[in-house]
Design a protein around this ligand. Structure first.
Ligand SMILES: *Cc1c(COP(=O)(O)O)cnc(C)c1O
Length: 381
């Protein structure tokens, strides 16, 4: 009976009815669409979605329905996904290293925007992509603190190289633009200021007027109860600094959030398999599953414990070491979690803000990882 239902009122109703033995991610289309509208209404430019963050079809479809018209794609697989689900949307191919065969797929699928961070990869694009009406964005990096994870460790040209690349883009007849990624879960809006000012310097040094500036992703989601993301303040800062830095050559702005759009639209539950000898908590999901990001980006403290029928545990908070289900000793949530001290076998740990880099990186290591997505009207437990 209950199983034929496709939209649930909330996670509690699902837990009470299904009593799931495997991890579940609850998805709220309403929360996702509200996040999309907040970006579309507040960001002073074009809002695109970084597909890798959560490529679930329901996410792409709901973002499209909410008015997202562009997607940041990194592979032929992501391009085909967008072609199928949002055929009229723009695709920005912003993975700066590509095989020639991958570039051929992009050209075939009509991609008109590519990012690049090296001279050799730029020459590949110039060889293989028709310049007419096509944009190449040079990706640069700065040594900036403030993000949970350093995106500049892999991609991004130095400021000096970027102005040379930008010049070459313009000479080759492509539309010249710039892009950066301040680092994911970037809670310090000042990071964008430094990058936008550097972009203006790069363009000036190159003697090139850029068409667009893509200010990346990195917008945080709500992970710590005490740190509410300052999204609107960040939009206002980006708008003010873009005008200040570029004056009357201000480019069209683009952003490509992943986490900031989908992070808070999902709540995760994992079942407590055991409270070993009354102390260590063992879950049926862990760092090889949907919780893969916690050791990389930092813990989420928006956590609740409910019993086997969904009623909240009300005990005092006590610190616990929490392990995942696999036999690997790294399969542990970092640090210790503050959990209700009456937590027991058969309970569920409820973690909010789990929409980003969860389904996308879930593995089947050790035979675990069977993850269900269930749609709910409300994420409240
Ligand atoms: C991953 C990625 C994003 C999205 O990052 P978030 O921190 O999730 O917003 C945006 N742009 C590029 C180029 C990326 O690689």
């Amino acid at each position: 009976m209950g199983l034929s239902k496709t939209i649930w009122s909330n996670p509690t109703e699902y837990i009470r009815t299904v009593r799931p033995e495997n991890p579940v991610l609850f998805f709220s289309p309403a929360v996702l669409q509200a996040a999309a509208r907040r970006f579309i209404d507040g960001f002073p430019g074009m809002v695109t979605y970084a597909v890798k963050t959560n490529p679930s079809e329901v996410v792409i479809e709901n973002l499209s329905a909410a008015g997202i018209r562009g997607f940041d794609v990194a592979s032929p697989g992501e391009m085909r996904l967008i072609k199928r689900l949002a055929p009229d949307a723009a695709m920005h191919y912003n993975n700066p290293v590509r095989a020639r065969a991958e570039i051929a797929v992009a050209v075939e699928l009509g991609v008109k925007s590519y990012s690049v961070d090296s001279a050799s990869e730029l020459e590949k694009l110039i060889d293989l992509v028709p310049a007419d009406g096509c944009e190449i964005t040079v990706r640069f990096k700065l040594p900036v603190a403030g993000a949970a994870y350093n995106f500049g460790a892999k991609f991004g040209a130095t400021v000096e190289l970027s102005s040379q690349l930008l010049k070459r883009v313009a000479e080759a007849g492509f539309i010249p633009s710039l892009t950066f990624h301040p680092g994911t879960q970037c809670t310090d809006p000042a990071a964008w200021e430094a990058y936008i000012r550097a972009a203006a310097d790069i363009a000036r040094e190159a003697g090139v007027t850029i068409a667009r500036l893509n200010v990346g992703g990195g917008f945080p989601n709500h992970r710590l109860q005490a740190v509410v993301p300052q999204i609107d303040e960040t939009f206002a800062l980006i708008d003010r600094v873009a005008t200040d830095a570029f004056g009357d050559t201000r480019p069209i702005l683009v952003c490509e959030p992943g986490r900031g759009l989908c992070g808070d639209a999902f709540t995760h539950i994992a079942k407590v398999k055991a409270v070993r000898d009354g102390s260590h908590v063992f879950l049926n999901d862990g760092v090889y599953g949907a919780l893969a990001e916690l050791p990389l980006v930092g813990i989420i403290d928006r956590i609740e414990v409910v019993d086997g029928v969904g009623a909240k545990r009300k005990g005092d908070l006590a610190s616990r070491i929490v392990f995942g289900p696999t036999c690997d000793s790294v399969d542990r949530i970092p640090g210790e979690l503050m959990l209700a001290d009456d937590i027991a076998e058969g309970d569920y740990l409820v973690i909010h803000g789990m929409g980003a880099y969860s389904v996308a990186t879930n593995t089947r290591f050790n035979g675990f990882g069977e993850l269900t997505i269930a749609t709910v009207l409300s994420l409240k437990v």
